[in-house]
Design a protein around this ligand. Sequence first.
Ligand SMILES: [Zn+2]
Length: 317
Amino acid sequence: MTRLPNPVPDDRPGLLNYRCNVCGHPCQTRVVMLNREAPSCFHCGSNVRMRSLVEALSIALFGQSIALPDFPHRPDLRGIGMSCWDGYAIPLAQKLGYTNTYYHQEPFFDIRHPPSEWLGQLDFVISSDVFEHIEPPVAIAFAQARQLLKPGGVMIFTVPYVAEVEQPGGRTIEHFPNLHDYRVESVGDRFVLHNTTRTGQVETFEDLVFHGGPGLNLEMRMFAETDLIALLNQAGFAVEICRNPNFNFGIYWPHHGSLPMVARAIEQPSDRVSRQPLKQFTQSPLGRQIKQGLRPWVPVPIRQSARHWLRQWRSRL
Ligand SMILES: [Zn+2]
């Protein structure tokens, strides 16, 4: 992993010609105009976050950075998005076995309560700026995201976070750590959150931060890089931060924080336990042999070495 050098203030009009890897069109922009949120492709409106997500997904699935219009047709690669931007969600659904899901509309999906039939079935999950809005404790959502994926599957992930290099030793700030029974109320031109904690204590919060998108996207926390990576690791993910620029696709990060991450599902002992239904197993050749009380067939060399190992083990007793 390489870190970008500290950004040098530069307002010279350096022009960059690039191809937008979301829509495939040629673009031109000033490098200083490239940032996480501001649209910088005037064809589809993609920003650096969206182009970087597409690049991260492409590298994770295909081992190379391919523009979305050039993705192979692979409906066998199954994945979901969580309220993803239509600009890449619609073409992605035409290329891969991908479904965009929503918290506020159909097809509904709540990462804290994923449907059991999806567990261990997905090759990828895209979650862009969602986890900062999930009610605490957010660790449950990370664990469920891991459970959705096949071993080796990936979550392409973004949240706003403070980089370790920007704030050494910084910790995640939970705005409402004791959130339990709560409501958000509009009072004049502002919003107030009323909460009753599990122990019956009443709390009121007035400085609420909302993000764009459907519904009231209340910011529940500001992640710190170290805590965020620890949460992903605890859930069973290996994490890589997408720091590298790709000027060919107009991807450049002038700052250290809030970069996309590729979180790859590490194989866990529970993955080795067959998820296939018992009926399916008992109908398999091995299952049928066991059901009929027959000794499963084992190749002769393995049987011989097993006997040899047993003799040695007994002789040591
Ligand atoms: Zn574009």
